[in-house]
Design a protein around this ligand. Structure first.
Ligand code: PEP
Ligand code: MG
Length: 589
């Protein structure tokens, strides 16, 4: 934004990812280079800083060589040669000597010095009228990011250390970044990338931090210190809001607060339809401390505990004892209601960089993720299963496996669970007599063969976040194609029907734990399809409860019959909205 219009109100539109309104000054983080910590060092620390620098250069060199080798094998030697220029950067004496000199004269930490020198060097090259040298400038920037990432090692990102309240405007956030945030300081989040079903967005909802994702290039347009109003419901970021806008939002907020207060009164009521059908309404959690919000919002238990968050932001794997303690405490607080523990689903957009090496996959969402990783790392898998089994004695614990794609995989997971049970029994360690085991149905192949899988388990939980991305081939975290991510696509509705019918034909229950379960526009569709359980972010539970209480099953079934005759996502959505609007239009606005 130019200085002329710096004071003008400007609106930016993205996708509302976590409801709520935040106001405050922004802190902009464009990428790693924008997030480099700066601190003074004593002359006696120079040698250590040089040591860190050398180690980071060696590590960077190894990473580039590894990447080069992989590209050479998969694509060809010609493309791999691009990385020769990157290798030259880590060996560039002018650059390295300048860093060493400035370390001695300036006495700042080495990542700060390196960043300064490399940025200046790249800027000089990019100004020279020579295509080769301009390319070199890009290489330097690329390698610079890598060196800084290596220098920082597993250190938390610098913005996490900010202590003033701010609205974070970032290019991208990982689920681990979001999980480490302090609500007292981070008033709101706005990102260039991401979508509603990215795990960073899911985490923001759990933490109750208003968020907007998919703002494309917002970090390039704003500067740290600007004042904004962030509307996480409609996905609008308003820079320099006028007094009029602030007043309008104050009014909107007070209306929303009234609706929230009315919904709070439903806390003790059950989620039963007008015609008396009870739908189990549970909540999803990522961290043990989320349990409080589960009951504050009137959920009946936990339908999805995303245990992989226990593996993030650390340097060692969680031990069986640590996991047992965590699961036991959660189970104790949730009993007698069910606690469905999903075995860890690392991979995709959730990487535990410090403990499990899954990096540098070309297609992480189609890669070494969840049960696929577990079945090849049986020791890590068994450690978790044993911890869950031990915790099963204190509550109503159920286990489910993520990313099941077919029968062999499911049977193998159940077999490993049986081995763990046997080992615990032999060691005379108590476990519950009966523990329900479920499969997440989130891959189209599992949906299509649901009738086969249903015979092996006690329940199905449908992970619509993934099911939709795989069925429609739409990356769930890519904001560029977010408009193609359509839960009411006729293909998705048919898959959901297949899964629900297969479950009921085999006398097992079926629930939905993806974000679709929290979208009240779609509650009529899910009830009509026969879902027995809905599990969603705790903050959305009261709205879903009101929706369930307002509907009757026959009208929902009729809706499904009609939608199966419709050909487009928008027609199906319009029909769902019609029924939702008839019964709880006040909640839809
Ligand atoms: C899903 O895929 O819908 C799901 C609930 O699991 P996750 O979002 O953690 O992948
Ligand atoms: Mg999933």
């Amino acid at each position: 934004m130019s200085a002329d219009n710096a004071r003008q109100e400007v609106c930016f539109f993205g996708a509302g990812a976590s409801p709520g309104i935040a106001r405050g000054k922004i802190h902009v983080v464009r990428d790693e280079l924008d997030d480099v910590p700066r601190y003074r060092i004593a002359p006696s620390q120079i040698a250590d800083e040089i040591g860190r620098f050398e180690a980071a250069l060696i590590q960077t060199r190894m990473q580039i060589l590894k990447m080069q080798q992989r590209i050479a094998e998969s694509i060809g030697a010609k493309d791999a040669a691009i990385f020769d220029a990157h290798l030259l950067v880590v060996e560039d004496r002018t650059l390295i000597d300048e860093v060493l000199r400035k370390l001695e004269t300036d006495l700042w930490n080495v990542e700060w010095v390196f960043q300064e020198v490399a940025t200046r060097y790249a800027a000089t090259l990019s100004k020279i009228d020579d295509p080769y040298l301009r390319e070199r400038a890009l290489d330097i920037q690329d390698v610079c990011k890598r060196v800084i990432r290596n220098l920082q090692g597993k250190a938390p990102r610098a913005f996490l250390a900010l202590t003033e309240p701010h609205i974070l405007v970032a290019h991208n956030l990982t689920p681990s970044d979001t999980a480490s945030m302090n609500k007292k300081h981070v008033l709101g989040i706005a990102t260039d990338l991401g979508s509603r079903t990215s795990h960073a967005a899911i985490m923001a909802r759990s933490l109750n931090i208003p968020a907007i994702v998919g703002l494309h290039d917002i970090t390039a347009k704003l500067e740290t210190g600007q004042y904004v109003l962030l509307d996480g419901i409609d996905g609008v970021l308003i820079v320099n809001p006028t007094a009029e806008t602030l007043a309008k939002y104050a009014e909107i907020e007070s209306k929303r607060a009234k609706v929230v207060a009315q919904l709070k009164e439903l806390r003790e009521t059950t989620s039963t339809t007008r015609d008396g059908r009870h739908i189990v309404l549970s909540a999803n959690i990522e961290l043990p401390e989320d349990v409080e919000a589960v009951f504050a919002n009137g959920a009946e238990g936990i339908g999805l505990y995303r245990t992989e968050f226990l593996y993030l932001n650390r340097n060692t794997l969680p031990t069986e004892e640590e996991q047992y303690e965590t699961y036991r405490q959660v189970a104790e607080r949730v009993r007698p209601h069910p606690l469905i523990i999903r075995t860890f689903d690392l991979g995709g957009d959730k990487l535990a960089a410090g403990t499990v090496d899954m990096t540098d996959e070309l297609n992480p969402f189609l890669g070494w993720r969840a049960i696929r990783f577990c079945l090849e790392n049986i020791d890590i898998f068994k450690t978790q299963l044993s911890a869950i089994l031990r915790a099963s004695t204190v509550g109503n614990v159920k286990i489910m496996f993520p990313m099941i794609s077919g029968l062999d995989e499911l049977r193998r997971a159940i077999e490993v669970l049986a081995e763990c049970k046997e080992e615990l029994r032999k060691a005379e360690i108590d476990i519950a007599d009966k523990i329900e085991v479920g499969a997440m149905i989130e891959i189209p192949s599992a949906a299509i063969s649901a009738n086969v899988l249903a015979r092996e388990v006690d329940f199905f939980s449908i992970g619509t976040n993934d099911l939709i991305q795989y069925a429609l081939a739409v990356d769930r975290v890519n904001e560029k194609i977010a408009h193609l991510y359509e839960p009411t696509h006729p293909a998705v509705v048919r898959l959901l029907k297949m899964i629900a019918d297969a479950a009921h034909a085999n006398n097992i229950w079926v629930g939905v734990c993806g974000e679709m379960a929290g979208d009240i526009a779609l509650t009529p569709l899910l009830l009509g399809l026969g879902m027995d359980e809905l599990s969603t972010s705790a903050m959305l539970v009261p709205r879903v409860k009101r929706a369930v209480q307002s509907l009757a099953i026959p009208e929902c079934r009729e809706l499904v019959e009609e939608t199966l005759k419709l050909d487009t996502p928008s027609e199906i959505l319009a029909r769902c909205l019609e029924l939702a609007d008839k019964h709880y239009g006040d909640l839809l606005g």
